[in-house]
Every structure is written in C-alpha cells, then in structure tokens.
Design a binder for this molecule. Structure first.
Ligand code: ZN
Length: 165
C-alpha cells in the first residue's frame, strides 16, 4: 500500500522533483501531502491511501477496503489526529465499495434504517437512504453535500432523508 508521495519526501520533509511536479500539476494536493505525512508517521509506512475528495468541510480518504480499519485507528485515534491537523471532518471509505457500505461510512455516526430505490418523475432511478430520526444531529454534513459525496464515490444518485419518528 502506498501513499501518493514517495518515502524520500516523507522522510526528508522536502519534495523531490517527481513529487513536486505531481503537486504542481494537481495530481496530488497539499491536503494529500499533509495526510500522507501524518500516516507515514503514525503508520510506520504500513498505512496508505489512494486519493482524497474534499467537499465543504469534509474530507473523504479513499483507501483499499482492507485498510479502512487501520486508517481509522483504534477508537478513531488516527482519524482524529488527521482531523485536528487539517481542520476538517474526516471520513474513510474503501475503494470500490458498494453503495450500502459507502453510505454507512459517509453518514456515520448516524445510522441508516433502510435503503430503497425510488423513481423520479423523469423515470430516473435514485437510492433513497433513510437515516434514523434520533441520529439526525449526528450527520456529518448537509444532506446535499452528503448526496454529492456518495455520488462521487459510487456514481449513484441518492436522496438522503431523515426518518420522522
Ligand atoms: Zn518524492
């Protein structure tokens, strides 16, 4: 598992020509760099990620499925450290995960009560994701932002709604 920046750069704290070019051309962002530094330090080179998506005050870190737990850390320790450093909320999602697991990871700690397919007036299919009413305050962001994030990760149109008790 690799980080988007090379080991040499992470060790020295300075960017080599290759990584400097990646940053300049936008292949990686300053945020990727900051997160890579933290993971390199706390993960002893064993924790990596593929890419990040930044929407509003939420940063999604996409990693391999089997790395999600490691990246979150014991009781969320690593994610908390990243969040403190970059000043944003952090969500970790496994690469190529299905809609249900992506929705669960993005909406956490709010819990999902159900997902079903709904059809718009134009006949377009959408997934309606219902969040437990008592968890409405635990949602990490605005509903439109959350729908946007899930779409970027899965390609599916979603409609996140909160159950009314
Ligand atoms: Zn480098």
């Amino acid at each position: 598992m690799v980080l988007p920046v090379c080991d040499v750069c992470l060790k020295s704290g300075m960017l080599c020509q290759g990584c400097e070019k990646k940053l300049r051309t936008g292949e990686i962002t300053q945020l990727d760099l900051d997160i890579a530094k933290i993971l390199f330090k706390v993960g002893e080179g064993k924790i990596g990620f593929k890419r990040t998506i930044e929407i509003g005050d939420i940063v999604i870190i996409v990693t391999e499925k089997d790395q999600v737990g490691k990246l979150i850390g014991k009781s969320g320790k690593i994610v908390r450290e990243i969040s403190r450093t970059v000043g944003k909320k952090i969500r970790v999602v496994g690469e190529n995960s299905d809609l249900r697991s992506v929705a669960r990871d993005i909406l956490a700690p709010a819990r999902i009560s159900g997902i079903n397919i709904v059809y718009g007036t134009d006949g377009d299919q959408k997934y309606k994701i219902r969040v437990m009413g008592e968890d409405s305050r635990k949602l990490p962001g605005r509903l439109d932002v959350l729908n946007d994030i899930i779409k970027q990760l899965t390609g599916e149109e979603t409609l996140v709604v909160v159950d009314r008790d």
